[in-house]
Write a protein that binds this ligand. Sequence first.
Ligand code: ZN
Length: 544
Amino acid sequence: MRRHSHLLTSLILVIVACSHAPPPQTATVVQQGTRVDPGYSINAAELRRDLFIFADDSFRGRETGTADAQRAAAFLARRVQQLGLEPAGDSLYMQRVPLVRQTFGRATQFTVSLAGGRAQTLRLGGDVAPVISLGEDMPEPRRSADGDLVFVGYGPIDDAEAAELTRFDLAGRVIVALHGAPAKATKEHAKRLLSQQALGARIGHLMAFRPSAIVLLMAGAAVEQYDQLSPELLRSVALEGHAGVASDTTRQLPMLLLGVAKQGSPLLPTGWPNDAAPQQLGKQLSAHIEIDRVPFTGYNVAAVVRGHDPRLNKTYLAYGAHYDHIGVIHTDGRRSGRRAAVDSIANGADDDGSGSVALLAIAQQMMIYRPRRSVLFVWHVGEEKGMLGSAYFTSHPTVPIDSIVTQFNADMIGRNESNSVALIGPRAAPNYQSWRLGMIVDSVNRAYPTPLHIERASDDPDDPEHIYQRSDHYNYAKKGIPIIFFTSGLHADYHRVTDEASKIDYDKLARVSRLMLEAGLAVANRSSRPTSEMLTESISSRQP
Ligand SMILES: [Zn+2]
């Protein structure tokens, strides 16, 4: 699952206002799914065997753009070939995904001019990390900025504080703001300053001043956010041809720089942290970002189990997971001062090794059951870099996009309570487009002697963790396809080197995989698409 940054989300929320309608009140009876004899179905031992291979150190965390990810793709392709699935990529089982690695060019520099003609250079990464993109379809931050530095402290987080700052005439200036809380703040005050609402308000007010750049420095408890985010900002990957082709004349946002508030920084008042009052700093920042884009090819792995009904087998039930993870990372001991851990490989056993091996097991069963519709399996690349593989697949689908009747995404399905799984989509997806599909999955689950407990708290467009937007199904949902995101949720090992195969609950992984299989059979054997009657004509006219 993709990392969620309150910081970047606040930026995005400020720029895009989202609205969602409440779910409909009517219930609809859904036909029973095809029951699968558990004796012949997915078993925990096989999932365990596969995941111990797939999340082994030899794959080195499967980071997109490395030979390790290519090996993981080749492993999956070999397995689906052995199972006898049809190739559904553009090069047999592989779909080539044109990607670019974005690195900072030599011309990148951040210089603060001090009094007396002296200058101080800020280090990329060590002092500041630029946000060069907020995602596809989003306005881009500018890459050049020059202006007088104005420090605005921890604000403005309300209209009154924003009004006070108008005296600085902030248009075209470089604004330095703190995110965090002063050491002497009360618990309530600190909580308020650190909240996502305060962050969103702060960014919204600052954007409205039309500055040339915004420098957001993390202080206190917020410093951890910089530690987590900066490696991703510095090791970014994008789809070729999408980002970075604009020039600054068309970029609408001010330059966005993140950093850490350090005593003595030229971006802060001399007396900071004792002096945190808004003030002109009497210095200028001159910043230029140059991005070198090095093209490379990533691979989605795609395969089909052909359906047996000639009237329906040109339509597809799609299963997705992502095989990439975050690779080799800094150990947790680095900043906390503990002895550095020996392990630096983030194996991503749960994220998303669990979904990847579940799809292999489901594919094996689908070859036996051969439902009426065809079943498409896509293991996506680049999910952790911004859901790139699924963005590419849904814009360059290897089967007509309208022929995909459902997408089931499995991302992190092997941890937490043994009897519980979250289904995201029925409430969170717009236009009720996943509502009926949710009822199909529920009805299959309810028919079990001991049903799984379905967790629904995260199935909410206003979920503070924004789970609905954080994995590959989101790109399918954007095309109007009914989706369900199956996940057992976040945990303490998420995006850490401790997300290991030994920590997976394999009985649970098998149960969730079986639910995905049987709900899939129910969808793939139905004559009608699992769209809701409230949907617009454009979707219902695509039937069957
Ligand atoms: Zn992840």
